[in-house]
Design a protein around this ligand. Structure first.
Ligand code: MUC
Ligand code: MG
Length: 367
């Protein structure tokens, strides 16, 4: 179970349809495949999606961090030395997605070594999650049409609607059109990616008061400390901290400071080890949890469902697991499939993911 190699392979797969939101847009999955090899021939895999507009990471930066910092620190450790691996990676500030992909590839390799699934290793609560689909900026009619297609094709009935544009009526009109078009049988919540001020957020939430929203996420910046507390106090839905609460310490600060009442866990940025810590903290604080999406490919989505299914708290709400549907292709030998609005954990050891060697050869950018 000794780590002999940690590889970082950049690849690019275009999106059929770009995803646009208040803090940026994604037109291609320019991600990094991380592979952890052991002395007994096991290979664990995970995927790192750089999001410079949220965390400052780039694809080249992730490759450099893994190659020059983490690979030398981890080579020679056992897969069971997770705390040591974590402590060594934490000597480097930032780089959340690079660290997380290494962490998850180690868990995948550990599961394969023990012939146990990652979900069972973590908590083993269930084998599936309901799926929530994230709708990027567009005209109201196009967003309603996309939601209807997701509902009719994949059985998805929970939608996260990107908001945060100006004037706020651009977005409130979309949410109203979705509620009118899809009716009460769907659940809707909104994510502003810090695009509005606290006052704009309050106005928008008042305008949408009759639309039965489930949550509001990161509508305004957490750094506008007093404004955000003022906003959160007046809402009658949980306010999810996403990019403002990457570490357990961030979650503590945001929640105890009155700037959030729920948390998004994204395995892309907290791996399995740190997501566990956030989960345990959320349980202790009595917070709602939503398993979020960092615009992950299929491997990243498999990581999200593997973690989300492991615990009661993380599997209670629909997880954001479907944006890979907008990609033109992927690396997995057997594609993920959403059925009746659910995604099931892959049976088998580790994450149960096999990378298609031809697809990797085609999409990798380093040779
Ligand atoms: C989300 O929940 O905010 C958009 C930017 C990012 O980092 O993740 C996505 C989704
Ligand atoms: Mg968000």
């Amino acid at each position: 179970m000794k780590i002999t190699q940690v590889e970082a392979i950049p690849f690019a797969i275009p999106y059929r349809k770009p995803l646009r939101f208040a803090s940026g847009e994604v037109c291609a999955a320019e991600h990094v495949l991380v592979r952890v090899r052991t002395d007994d021939g096991i290979v664990g895999v995970a995927e790192a999606p750089p999001r410079p507009f949220t965390y400052g990471e780039t694809q080249a930066g992730i490759v450099a961090a893994v190659d020059s910092l983490f690979a030398p620190q981890l080579t020679g450790l056992s897969l069971l030395d997770r705390e040591t691996a974590h402590a060594r990676m934490e000597r480097t500030v930032g780089n959340p997605t690079a660290k997380s992909a290494v962490d998850m590839a180690m868990w995948d390799a550990l599961g394969r070594s023990l012939d146990v699934s990652v979900t069972e290793l973590l908590g083993g609560y269930t084998d599936r999650m309901r799926v929530s689909h994230m709708l990027g900026f567009d005209e109201p009619a196009a967003m309603v049409a996309e939601a209807e297609k997701m509902r009719d094709t994949w059985g998805i009935t929970t939608f996260k609607v990107k908001v945060g544009r100006r004037p706020v009526s651009l977005d409130t009109a979309v949410v109203r059109a979705l509620r009118e078009g899809l009716g009460d049988a769907v659940a809707l919540y909104v994510d502003g990616n810090r695009g509005w001020t606290a006052a704009e957020s309050a106005r928008a939430m008042k305008e949408m008061a009759d639309l039965d929203l489930l949550f509001a996420e990161e509508l305004c910046p957490a750094d506008d400390v007093l404004g955000r507390r003022w906003l959160v106090r007046q809402l009658d839905v949980p306010f999810i901290a996403d990019e403002s609460a990457v570490t357990p310490a961030d979650v503590t600060r945001e929640v105890l400071g009155g700037s959030a009442t729920a948390v998004s866990i994204k395995t892309a940025r907290t791996g399995f080890t740190r997501s566990q810590r956030t989960h345990h903290l959320a349980e202790g604080l009595g917070l709602e949890v939503v398993m979020g999406n960092q615009i992950d490919g299929q491997l990243g989505s498999l990581c999200t469902v593997a973690f989300g299914a492991a615990y009661s708290l993380t599997s209670r709400r629909a997880g954001e697991l479907s944006n890979f549907l907008d990609m033109s292709d992927d690396l997995l030998a057997e594609p993920l499939r959403i059925t009746d609005g659910e995604l099931i954990v892959r049976p088998g050891a580790g994450l149960g993911a096999e990378i298609d060697p031809d697809k990797l050869r085609h999409y990798r950018q380093d040779r």
